[in-house]
Ligand binder design. Structure first.
Ligand SMILES: *Cc1c(COP(=O)(O)O)cnc(C)c1O
Length: 229
């Protein structure tokens, strides 16, 4: 897609986000857009950067690292894909936020790497609320064990929860899952006395509903960049 067209689509997404934020009693500043640039070239990212977008999401480590070499250093890169333990070495310290932490083993491995680098890694815990067997994300009943570990992991900065709900044709279909993720955050906050400010939920088809239900970050790709090759 032509870069001017990408920027116009991005502006429309930002406008829709601002309206949805207001409907949820918040302002545009309360909800951040992660522009999902996987499979799209560095030139498209550069065009959005020029227009003012600073946060980009990628799913593949090598693709992200290659792209970033060609781009301004003040871009905030988020890793939104499925994280395997064998990729930990490559992601810690390279991405501002890891959205897909979903097991104790992975968390331990991230903690060890962050400690070795002498840094604090920001993370979100991905929850598989619908318990879909083919999806990543921790099952809700496994969450307490992971939560307790994260509270003791001094080099991991646990910022909140991430959700990939079941896929629906209707943008309203995922709304109950968005509301359930917010409720889960509230119960964790009560139980452990921690803040967990971030809720990463909502993509191209359903980001408006996600914001209305409390998302603080939406991950939008296709609606901005067009279909992926
Ligand atoms: C690819 C991807 C997105 C973006 O999806 P679109 O439907 O293109 O907006 C969001 N989140 C995750 C985890 C993804 O892998």
């Amino acid at each position: 897609m032509e870069v001017g067209h990408i920027v116009a689509r991005w502006e429309q997404v930002c406008a829709d986000m601002a309206l949805a934020a207001m409907r949820s009693g918040r302002t545009a500043q309360d909800v951040r857009l992660v522009a999902v640039s996987k499979y799209h070239p560095a030139e498209s990212v550069a065009a959005l950067y020029q227009a003012g977008q600073r946060v980009f999401g990628e799913n593949y480590v090598q693709e992200a690292l290659t792209k970033r070499e060609a781009l301004p250093v003040d871009i905030e890169w988020h890793f939104i894909g499925h994280l395997q333990t064998n990729k930990v070495r490559q992601v810690v310290g390279c991405f501002d936020l890891l959205h897909g932490v979903d097991s104790l083993k992975l968390a331990q491995s991230l903690q060890n790497k962050a400690a070795a680098l002498g840094m604090r890694q920001k993370i979100l815990v991905q929850v598989n609320l619908a318990r879909e067997p083919q999806k990543s994300g921790i099952a809700p009943d496994q969450l307490p064990k992971l939560a307790e570990y994260l509270l003791s992991a001094s080099d991991l900065d646990w910022q909140g929860l991430m959700l990939m709900p079941p896929i629906f044709d209707d943008p309203e279909g995922a709304r109950p899952y968005f509301a359930a993720l917010r409720q889960l955050r509230e119960s964790l906050t009560r139980q452990y006395g921690i803040l967990l400010p971030e809720l990463s939920m909502g993509m191209t088809g359903d980001f408006v509903a996600a914001i209305e239900e409390g998302a603080t970050m939406v991950r939008v790709g296709t609606r901005i960049f067009g279909e992926r090759a």
